[in-house]
Design a protein around this ligand. Structure first.
Ligand SMILES: Cc1ncc(COP(=O)(O)O)c(C=O)c1O
Length: 396
């Protein structure tokens, strides 16, 4: 018999990866994948940027690069982070192969088997999987519509003080809950974190995707508000350019990020130089701002259609969050309903979503579902939600 490592034995197939396959089936209206629809990618910009490169840069693009990242991209990214109010003093920046790798790197350099990671409930499935792959024990703290429950956080920290290594937070347009921490909650959180020795991961893929300019201020990173906290700030090009670039970044205290760089060396030596060159051109030629300005109203329309359809179709007793940006709506059903039963019924009629227990750090609670509005064409949203609502109604 093959004797796999403990890590491999603990690996479970991700519900999301399984469901991503469904998103590719054109007969299914899928709210499962947390990704943009293909028609939203800036392909004309990519053509223009690539065709504008000289041969020397094209050669660099096809070559290995330095582990921390393509130097011109690092410089451009620093300017971008400063423009978002983030101080780089005492901080180090590296490019990673997606935000997912950044999560993995921080987990790798901090977690010994049995160490605790405090995560929100619900929490991003990819982060849960990364922490579990290092045998972390996950402690979850509930979210309400304004952010993490501060009293529950304090109680969890007090009860497990010696075992906690890290806190994992996604404060803006949270995946999967769709909520954003209020200013007040962020301030309370910063007060609590001031007195803790733990590494704090702030995962921030969506904060540029607010629906209304008036909400921009709500998207301010914790990293901006609390420059003295040991925050590892993780970002990605996945939602502001394309996930296929596989480019993210990690900005954090120098000693932490230096260790992560060492860990990265043995993982992939460097992230794709080819896509880093494109990302550099994209930022330096000012392509990001106009793309986002075009994208925001599209996602807002998709979200509005989804919320309207939920209101029109869901039976009493079902509630959902109202996002102000990002990709997700989180639906809570009566506790007697199992989301897997709803999914099976919905799939049979042609609609998909991700069941809630995929996002429970304990993998238990399942009367919830995540609906992503980012992937689905406007004309299909109402129909897909009606199918899911019918499935819920059959089970109430
Ligand atoms: C909260 C969060 N973190 C990290 C990631 C992973 O991003 P990337 O595609 O850059 O690896 C995602 C992707 O959906 C996400 O939602």
């Amino acid at each position: 018999m093959i004797d796999f490592s403990h890590t491999a034995k603990n690996m479970r197939s991700s519900e999301i990866r399984r469901l991503m396959k469904l998103a590719a089936d054109p007969s299914i209206i899928s709210f499962a994948g947390g990704m943009p629809s293909n028609d939203l990618f800036p392909i004309a910009v990519v053509d223009e940027l690539y065709n504008g490169l000289d041969n020397k840069t094209k050669q660099i693009a096809l070559q290995y690069g330095p582990t921390p990242g393509y130097p011109p991209l690092l410089e451009e990214l620093k300017k971008y982070l400063i423009s978002r109010g983030i101080s780089l003093e005492g901080q180090e920046l590296i490019i990673t192969t997606g935000a997912q790798q950044a999560l993995n790197l921080v987990a790798k350099v901090f977690i010994n088997p049995g160490d605790c990671v405090v995560a929100e409930y619900p929490s991003f499935i990819g982060a849960i999987a990364a922490f579990k792959s290092y045998d972390a024990e996950l402690l979850s703290v509930p979210l309400d519509r304004d952010g993490i429950d501060i009293d529950a956080l304090k109680a969890t920290m007090q009860a497990n003080a010696a075992r906690i290594k890290m806190l994992y937070l996604n404060p803006v347009f949270q995946n999967p809950a769709g909520i954003t921490y209020s200013d007040e909650r962020k301030k309370q959180l910063i007060e609590v974190l001031k007195n803790t020795p733990y590494c704090i991961i702030e995962d921030d893929p969506y904060s540029e995707l607010y629906f209304d300019d008036a909400d921009m201020q709500k998207c301010t990173p914790l990293k901006t508000m609390a420059p003295d906290l040991p925050i590892c700030y993780i970002g990605t090009f996945a939602k502001i350019f394309g996930p296929g670039l596989r480019l993210g970044w990690l900005l954090g205290p120098k000693d932490i990020v230096d260790k992560c760089e060492l860990a990265k060396q043995s993982m992939d030596a460097c992230s794709s130089t080819f896509t880093q060159v494109l990302a550099y051109e994209y930022l330096s030629k000012g392509k990001l701002a106009p793309y986002l300005a075009w994208l925001r109203p599209i996602y807002k329309r998709r979200a509005t259609l989804m919320l309207d359809a939920l209101k029109a179709n869901m039976p009493p007793g079902v509630t959902w969050t109202i996002p102000q940006g990002g990709f997700y709506v989180w639906v809570t059903m009566p506790s007697s309903i199992n989301a897997t039963d709803v999914l099976n019924k919905a799939l049979a009629k042609g609609a998909a979503f991700v069941i809630g227990n995929a996002f429970d750090p304990q993998g238990v609670k399942n009367n919830t579902m995540r609906l992503a509005f980012s992937f689905t064409a406007e004309e299909k949203i109402a129909k897909g939600i009606a199918i899911i609502a019918d499935a819920v109604r059959e089970l109430v």
